[in-house]
Design a protein around this ligand. Structure first.
Ligand code: GLN
Length: 469
């Protein structure tokens, strides 16, 4: 029996090297957990057909001594990342049955190390949502308590790891979609610096914000996978060249906490977990200062102008002609509207409407104004980093909520991203870390954000914090 609960990438690597178990045995252990739990959790939409075959070249690498850290490591893949020859649908009906014709750059690169891609996981449709309830293929449940949501939109990847259906997962984040599900499922989730990870082969949501990144059980696991997928890719014009990724910022122990984190209206349990987590840091020698932030409170509003505008534009390609589902009408225009009307779910249609509205003259230049406020928010954050080394907050303003909750109130759902948005808008890297537990016994989550390209400092911070718990 392999102890999947306590397995890490490096312990799995050592065991594979020492022949304690084979790659196939490892994969079979995960498949057996999936067969027990996926029926109710619904983390995976599909297990890749060649999952066991993938074990063969990986095993060979161990046998001939060429294995690297990720060789043979079982990875779950969000349903918006392309894996050649496999289906990917962004959990939307409009892409039902779509087969990927190429590998996302990061998948192609990872294949050199021969990990085992287990399957594609559920998500909010087109990554719009915070609870994995807008998928066209059913909700995903939180493996820690199946009456709760796993967070979203990367709820499938997070649930896959939390139910021991993969050792680590690839998710994507536009605003909170890695960090918040990591928080709800008691995991570590990283939102990298914008431009660190190639978006080529990631279905676009909002192109100025989207990033792929790992969700895992430990900071070290996340760091290992992140380092393999973070490199310049000429296929993505926003991927940053290596020379510009270098930072000269030593590790420091000054922590800034935005004033809003002490708002008396914050959920009591979230506030208590956060306070206790800060206490641990203080006792470990961190200096904590409160940051008055003037523009931060506009972050969510800005996000909900920028994101719909960009996503409405990106969704334009789903017209029933080139991809996926088509419902014929009497004219071309009718074919477009029938296909899109039937293929997209409610939330996607809402955002397409909102996005086209903010881009229209009717909105009085809302998009351009939002970009100005975005610049002010970023400026304020960069300025804060001249005084502190990290900005810390709770990851989400609420505890994991019940399935069915907030579905009829989109604004309540959007509030899940209130602490996430500043890092996405400014491009700064940010990590969600399991933190002091709520009184229910569910894990709390602490979010730490660092200056651009300071992922390394986040990993150091995360590992220190893991030890304090
Ligand atoms: N909750 C965010 C939204 O609904 C999630 C976006 C994301 O990160 N994919 O827009």
């Amino acid at each position: 029996m392999i102890d999947l609960k306590n397995l890490t990438i490096s312990s799995a690597h050592n065991s594979l090297k020492n022949k304690d178990f084979t790659v196939l045995e490892l994969v079979e252990a995960y498949l057996s957990e999936i067969s027990k739990r996926n029926g109710s959790v619904n983390a995976y939409l599909e297990i890749y057909k060649n999952v066991k075959e993938q074990a063969e070249p990986a095993q060979k690498m161990f046998d001939d001594g060429s294995a690297t850290m990720l060789t043979g490591i079982p990875i779950a893949v969000k349903d918006n990342i392309l894996v050649k020859g496999e289906h990917a649908s962004s959990s939307s009906k409009i892409l039902e049955g779509y087969t990927c014709v190429y590998d996302a750059t990061i998948i192609k690169k990872l294949k050199e190390e021969c990990p085992v891609f287990i399957g594609r996981t559920n998500m909010d449709e087109f990554a719009m949502g915070s609870s994995t309830q807008t998928s066209a293929y059913g909700v995903t449940r939180n493996p820690l308590d199946e009456s709760l949501v796993p967070g979203g939109s990367s709820g499938g990847p997070a649930a896959a790891v939390a139910m021991d259906g993969a050792l680590i997962a690839l998710g994507s984040e536009t605003c909170g979609s890695i960090r918040q599900p990591a928080a709800f499922c008691g995991l570590v989730g990283l939102k990298p610096t914008y431009g660190a990870v190639s978006r080529y082969g990631l279905m676009s949501l909002a192109s100025s914000l989207d990033q792929i990144s790992p969700i895992g059980k430990s900071v070290e696991d996340v760091e290992i996978l992140y380092k393999s997928i973070s490199f310049h890719d000429k296929e993505d014009s926003t991927s940053v060249v290596e020379e510009k990724r270098i930072v000269n910022r030593p590790y420091g122990k000054r922590i800034g906490v935005p004033e809003s984190c002490f708002n008396p209206d914050l959920d009591k349990e979230v506030a208590a977990s956060f306070k206790a987590s800060l206490e641990l840091l203080k006792n470990a020698g961190y200096e904590i200062v409160t940051l008055p932030m003037k523009f931060e409170k506009y972050a969510l509003a800005v996000y909900y102008v920028v994101m719909p505008a960009e996503s409405a534009t990106n969704l334009g390609r789903f017209d029933g002609i080139r991809y996926g589902m088509r419902k014929e009408g009497k004219s071309l225009l009718e074919t477009y509207s029938h296909s899109r009307g039937l293929g997209f779910g409610r939330e996607v249609r809402r955002r397409a409407l909102l996005g086209n509205y903010v881009l229209s003259t009717m909105s009085n230049g809302a998009y351009a104004k939002a970009l100005k406020v975005r610049a002010a928010i970023s400026g304020e954050i960069f300025d804060a980093f001249t005084k502190v080394d990290f900005i810390v907050s709770p990851t989400a303003p609420m505890q994991p909520f019940k399935l069915g909750e907030k579905l009829t109130d989109p604004v309540a759902m959007y509030l899940s991203d209130v602490f996430s948005a500043p890092a996405n808008l400014s491009g700064c890297p940010s990590i969600a870390l399991p933190a002091v537990k709520f009184s229910s016994g569910l894990p709390g989550s602490l979010q730490a954000t660092a200056p651009l390209w300071c992922e390394e400092n986040l990993f150091t911070f995360g590992k220190e914090f893991e030890k304090l718990l």
